[in-house]
Design a protein around this ligand. Structure first.
Ligand code: MYA
Length: 415
């Protein structure tokens, strides 16, 4: 391949990772073995029905007091509308959240992004949970949930989407994470919700599917300079730059930014599109307005409005998630766009996504990332995405799937 991504699926690494993942199936999980999740030992057991693992309990039987933390720590509910609290959360994540395997990059979610991600329609402030040190009140851990309706086959299930689990680097491996997970579970139960969806880079009991990240270089020189990718065999820098060059503006007539007035049409388009996947969100107009209406430096959405009929026929979107570059003299931030929801009915998906790459390049993103979910496989190779080394496992809590899904059967993107 011309521009090998170091975060890349070169075959030896893949073999090693697959081996490690297969070994983790036999690992003990002192916490997860106690939870209502699909267990590895049940894989392939056809006698187990699909659906909830445990029934709901009466709300009066849900534990009313928070779980106990080690005595030096206390619970806090984080109000992201408070500039100070939002800054504390931002800094905790900026310094302690997810890194790649080689510790070269760390997610750097912006404050605007965090507010957007945590304030969808019907959100509960009580699900934005922090832990502080009692002595100096420093925020040392975080976990969040937001409500969502997720369809699994033909059932619409009220769920919590769990995200931003983070324990300060100095407090790792002290079994704080299980307490945080139990506490968010308790607070979700108090709202009479009994299922959850989440993703993680680690293998836990038991993924409903395992997806792969693909990366499309927009600024190959910078990506190579910071070690995100490397020059392919028999490639020069100038040939590489030429390879990834894109037109200056989108090609599809009627391609434009989504506006508030488009919410009904986009909702119809998206609902119809998502109905083909086994697991997908059940978006209504309020959800679409929140999750897909463009917001500067958070989410971008474009659509194709037919110049003749003014019908909205196609839609594409991506969200903005920069990463800190750890230990580079020249660059400190990698600007990454992540493919979100895309729907094509008239414009071929390949052409639509090429236009998405063009606008992402115009907006100065360095790389465009996409998972192999939904119909993404149909454009990844042609549009010069390369496979990454990042695996993303999808999970459901208290909902058993009989079999794992293919990534292409999944219609859900979590942030
Ligand atoms: S995924 C992003 C997770 N965050 C990071 O990777 C940031 C960097 N890492 C950290 O901050 C820490 O390493 C974390 C673990 C906090 C991840 N999901 O306290 P420990 C299990 C679930 O000693 P630490 C995201 O945000 C691990 O297998 N479990 O470990 C979605 C072990 O259990 P077991 C995880 O390293 C989160 C136990 O924790 C994860 O200090 C979804 C060890 O605890 C993980 N990513 O802290 C959460 N990593 O012995 C589940 C480790 O059994 C939600 N563990 O193997 C479930 C649904 C809840 C709601 C239900 C409502 C009904």
């Amino acid at each position: 391949d011309a521009n090998q991504l170091v975060k890349d699926d070169s075959s030896l690494e893949t073999i090693v990772r697959k081996f490690q993942d297969s070994m983790s199936i036999g690992k003990r999980h002192a916490f997860w073995e106690t939870q209502p999740v699909g267990q590895f030992k049940d894989l392939g057991d056809v006698s187990l029905a699909e659906g909830p693992i445990e029934p709901p309990t009466p709300l009066s039987e849900v534990k009313q007091e928070p779980y106990n933390l080690p005595t030096q720590y206390e619970w806090t509910t984080c109000d992201l509308d408070s500039e100070d609290t939002c800054t504390e959360v931002y800094n905790l994540l900026k310094n302690n959240y997810v890194e790649d395997d080689e510790n070269m990059f760390r997610f750097n979610y912006s404050k605007e992004f965090l507010r957007w991600a945590l304030h969808p329609p019907g959100y509960f402030r009580s699900w934005h949970i922090g832990v502080r040190a009692k002595t100096n009140k420093k925020l040392v851990a975080f976990i969040t949930g937001v409500p969502a309706r997720i369809r699994v086959r033909d059932e619409i299930v009220k769920m919590a989407e769990i995200n931003f689990l983070c324990v300060h680097k100095k407090l790792r491996s002290k079994r704080l994470a299980p307490v945080m997970i139990k506490e968010v579970t308790r607070r979700v139960h108090l709202e009479n919700i009994w299922q959850a969806a989440y993703t993680a880079g680690v293998v836990l009991p038991t993924p409903i599917t395992t997806c792969q990240y693909w990366h499309r270089s927009l600024n190959p020189k910078k990506l190579i300079d910071v070690g995100f990718s490397r020059l392919g065999a028999r490639m020069t820098m100038s040939r590489t730059i030429k390879l990834y060059k894109l037109p200056d503006s989108p090609a599809t007539p009627g391609f434009r930014k989504m506006e508030l007035r488009d919410v009904p049409a986009v909702t119809r388009l998206l609902r119809n599109y998502l109905s083909q996947f086994v697991v997908a969100p059940d978006f209504d107009e309020n959800d679409v307005e929140h999750w897909l209406l463009p917001e500067e430096n958070v989410v971008d959405s474009y659509l194709v409005e037919s110049p003749e009929t003014h019908e909205v026929t196609d839609f594409c979107s991506f969200y903005t998630l920069p990463s800190s570059i750890l230990g580079n003299q020249t660059y400190s931030i990698l600007k990454a766009a992540y493919s979100y929801y895309n729907v094509s009915t008239k414009t071929p998906l390949l052409q639509l996504m090429n236009d998405a790459l063009i606008v992402a390049k115009q907006k100065d993103f360095d790389v465009f990332n996409a998972l192999d979910v939904m119909q993404n496989e149909s454009f990844l190779k042609e549009l010069k995405f390369g496979p990454g080394d990042g695996q993303l496992h999808y999970y459901l809590y208290n909902y058993r799937m009989r079999n794992a899904l293919k990534p292409s059967e999944l219609g859900l993107v979590l942030l």
